[in-house]
Ligand binder design. Structure first.
Ligand SMILES: Cc1cc2nc3c(=O)[nH]c(=O)nc-3n(C[C@H](O)[C@H](O)[C@H](O)COP(=O)(O)OP(=O)(O)OC[C@H]3O[C@@H](n4cnc5c(N)ncnc54)[C@H](O)[C@@H]3O)c2cc1C
Length: 258
């Protein structure tokens, strides 16, 4: 497969940061593709206890499944593959071409903007002009306060930018980076809010861009659906084995047979 139409946004990496960025980008109406190879690092966690919304914690494999489902439901596409190269094609009008290695061979993806959320690989950024910083065995990407790299159109988010090594920090960082990208793209955007009917309009205001007003029926229908979806996800214990550090077991994903 070779994609011909440039995507609005390519997200490299489908961990906490990449999937959160994808949800925000897709909800803002951007045609978004997430390319992920390998496993989000949080899947090595034994029980995730500090992510908001899960008072007794949550299985970390289940947590990333939930993030994938959320990105999907909000309209992002996902592709399994490794980005090995990123070519900068445009200057004033940013355009990028990513080379992606998949199980079926080599693929290319073009996009107007790229979010690098690929902890711990920045090698495909080496020839782009992005500032990379080596620290020990790791390489980090330098960004401004809002996730922009030195190259217009390339953004970075999550642990790859050397933020604190915590899931919710990666998620928040990615949300901020995604909103920055949305603003930079010229897409009309106020806030990504779902408000009750009348919240804006009963005060004589238009519903601002990227906001939505929903009435009581719609709210009940969405709540019903959310309960059904969560019931299904939590109906059984997660069936994938615990992970550990890949160097400790003879398995590149670090799966522990229990
Ligand atoms: C054992 C362990 C326990 C932890 N426990 C907690 C905890 O209890 N609470 C907490 O808040 N945090 C915890 N963390 C930290 C937390 O998991 C991370 O800080 C956070 O998940 C980082 O998210 P990320 O999206 O930046 O990176 P990642 O989740 O690593 O996502 C990057 C993704 O990009 C993929 N990728 C890399 N290169 C490429 C490429 N070239 N092309 C395509 N895909 C690529 C990777 O395979 C991966 O799927 C734990 C971490 C570990 C290791």
């Amino acid at each position: 497969m070779s994609e011909t139409n440039p995507r609005d946004a390519l997200v490299v990496g489908g961990g906490v940061a990449g999937l959160t960025a994808a949800t925000y980008l897709a909800r803002a109406g951007l045609d978004t593709l997430v390319v992920n190879d390998g496993e989000p690092i949080v899947r090595r966690n034994a029980h995730l206890e500090n992510v908001p919304g899960f008072p007794a914690g949550v299985n970390s494999r289940l947590f990333t499944d939930l993030l994938s489902e959320q990105a999907d439901r909000n309209g992002a596409d996902r592709l399994t593959g490794r980005v090995t190269e990123l070519d900068v094609l445009g200057d004033d009008d940013p355009l990028f071409r990513a080379t992606v290695e998949t199980d079926d061979g080599e693929d290319t993806v073009e996009a107007s903007r790229v979010v690098a959320a690929s902890w711990s690989d920045a090698s495909y950024l080496e020839d782009t002009g992005v500032d990379l910083r080596a620290a020990g065995s790791k390489t980090y990407v330098d960004v401004d306060d809002l996730g922009r790299t030195a190259v217009p159109g390339i953004y970075a988010a999550g642990r790859l930018t050397e933020i604190y090594h915590q899931a919710v920090v990666a998620a928040g960082d990615a949300a901020e980076t995604a909103i920055t990208l949305v603003h930079d793209s010229g897409t009309a955007f106020y806030n990504d809010w779902v408000a009750p009917a009348g919240y804006f309009t009963d005060r004589g205001r238009e519903v601002p861009p990227a906001c939505e007003e929903i009435d009581a029926d719609e709210r009940e229908s969405r709540e019903r659906e959310s309960r059904e979806v969560m019931r299904e996800f939590f109906a059984e214990p997660h069936d994938e084995p615990q992970r550990t550090h890949p160097s400790l077991v003879d398995d590149e994903l670090g799966r522990l047979d229990e």
